[in-house]
Design a protein around this ligand. Structure first.
Ligand SMILES: *Cc1c(COP(=O)(O)O)cnc(C)c1O
Length: 477
């Protein structure tokens, strides 16, 4: 399996060759040259598999340059009950990503039982083990540099802690995260994890990362890498749970289902699109946004018009406060029939702050064939959905999952079972849960007193040279 760039001007690469990198050299995103197809016989055989075996089966189609025994060892090591055990007290402990049925035909796929209580653990834990494996083989090291406003940074740290050859330098806005989120990250004592609390807001932290990444000499000397959501291995690991959710919600492979996906960077739902292209019988992919509704606007009107930071709202589903969906380019590449020229034209506009419009083009006519529906959910909708789900089913959901539930119920086609992806546990977004229900969410036992644990982090001004000096001091070359 070779990987091509959406912009059409990069040498085809293998899975391992693109594993540690980010964008392709031509500025595009990597995608398989052709999606592997899963036929009926294979689908029937996969229905029986455990999560780890299913992950091995799916990833074998993508990571064709990793010897099967090595890949099997990696998926077995990653998808264990020990790692994905921070379940709700009443979750099915025998399963990874169990399906919870709210009522016949309406389900939650529990993807947030991993160490940081968000679905990002499903892929990030695998990435940690894949990185360690690849670096070991290359006798190399990697210093991961990132900025986080919460979920991604903690998922990355819990995936990379204690890994040979890897250090993580994670910037976060000083005093701007919830006490729970800060404690989750800052209480890690592993010597390869460096938390840097930047005096400023998230954008200041993000700008520092960009400044360091643009210093190509420094980046090369200190082997700086990232784990952002365009990483192909992350997307491919997310494909697995669409298969798992489908099998759990159906009795036979003749049935179709709808998935509802709370979306920000389009990474999660992009994996759903890929699963569908591989032949998984997905009738509908329902994309839910919050008030930051750039993607909903596209699916309703054909206009993709990313917004700047000033037009991006801070909402109570903060992990979806994104106005430029980095993985969206992968879907549009397929939508335009993989014509890299058209894609370059579109992103020529996007990359200079503009927009593109497919209304009235053949691409607009092709869009329904991809099975998407979309909708938007607001703070008031989240509160109402949290209350309804609690009163009707006795289940507390988090604010992002509530966006997905709201839009999923609104847009589902009659007759399709609806699987709503649970992207975080309510414990991560306590204050909105209290606002909606008048009571706090339950926390996993192990995290009961996480705010009281000793914390290890470095406070720093938003100063590039200070950051470089810190990296140089802690990442000897
Ligand atoms: C990251 C995240 C999302 C958005 O996922 P994308 O892959 O960026 O679309 C939704 N909900 C939660 C809780 C998240 O952490």
């Amino acid at each position: 399996m070779k990987y091509l760039s959406t912009r059409g001007n990069a040498t085809p690469k293998t899975f391992t060759e693109i594993l540690l990198g980010g964008l392709a050299p031509d500025g595009g995103l990597y995608l398989p040259a052709a999606y592997p197809q899963v036929g009926r016989a294979e689908l029937d055989a996969w229905r029986q598999l455990s999560y780890a075996d299913l992950a091995f089966a799916v990833l074998s189609k993508f990571a064709t340059d990793i010897p099967a025994a090595d890949l099997k060892a990696i998926t077995d090591k990653t998808y264990t009950a020990e790692v994905y055990r921070n379940a709700r007290p009443d979750s099915d402990p025998s399963q990874i990503a169990p399906l919870r049925t709210l009522e016949p035909g309406l389900h939650l796929l529990e993807l947030s039982n991993g160490p940081t209580l968000a679905f990002k653990d499903m892929a990030m834990q695998l990435l940690g083990n894949l990185f360690e494996y690849a670096l070991d083989k290359q006798h190399d090291e990697l210093n991961i540099l990132g900025a986080t406003s919460g979920d991604t940074g903690s998922a990355a740290e819990y995936a990379m802690r204690g890994k040979r050859g890897i250090r993580v330098f994670m910037l976060s806005p000083h005093g701007k995260m919830s006490a729970f989120q800060s404690a989750q990250m800052y209480s890690l004592q592993d010597p390869n994890i460096f938390n840097i609390a930047v005096r400023g807001v998230f954008d200041d932290a993000q700008d520092l990362v960009k400044a360091v990444s643009n210093d190509h000499a420094f980046k090369a000397q200190y082997k700086i890498g990232t784990v952002n959501s365009i990483n192909w291995a992350r997307v491919s690991a997310q494909v697995v749970y669409y298969f798992k959710g489908y099998f759990a919600a159906t009795r036979s492979n003749d049935e179709q289902v709808a998935f509802s996906v709370p979306s920000g960077n389009f990474g999660n739902i992009c994996a759903g699109h890929i699963a569908r292209q591989m032949g998984l019988p997905i009738g509908q992919l329902i994309l839910a946004t919050n008030e930051n509704d750039v993607l909903d606007e596209f699916f309703r009107s054909g206009v993709y018009r990313p917004r700047g930071t000033a037009q991006t709202f801070h909402t109570s589903s903060p992990s979806m406060d994104i106005s430029k969906a980095s993985n969206f380019e992968r879907f549009v590449f397929d939508l335009v029939g993989r014509d890299a020229g058209t894609l370059r034209e579109f992103w020529g506009q996007v990359d200079v702050g503009g927009a593109f419009d497919i209304a009235g083009t053949p691409y607009w006519d092709a869009l329904p064939g991809f099975g998407f529906s979309s909708g938007k959910s607001t703070h008031a909708d989240r509160l109402a959905t949290l209350r309804k789900t609690w009163e009707k089913y006795g289940v507390m959901v988090d604010t992002h999952t509530a966006d997905g539930l709201k839009v999923g119920l609104e847009r589902r086609r009659p007759g399709l079972a609806l699987v709503c992806l649970e992207t975080a546990l309510p414990a991560k977004f306590e204050s909105t849960v209290i606002e909606a229900l008048g009571r706090p969410p339950e926390r996993p036992l192990a995290m009961e007193n996480i705010e009281q644990l000793p914390q290890r982090y470095q406070v720093m001004d938003a100063d590039v040279s200070a950051l470089k000096a810190f990296i140089a001091a802690n990442a000897p070359v």
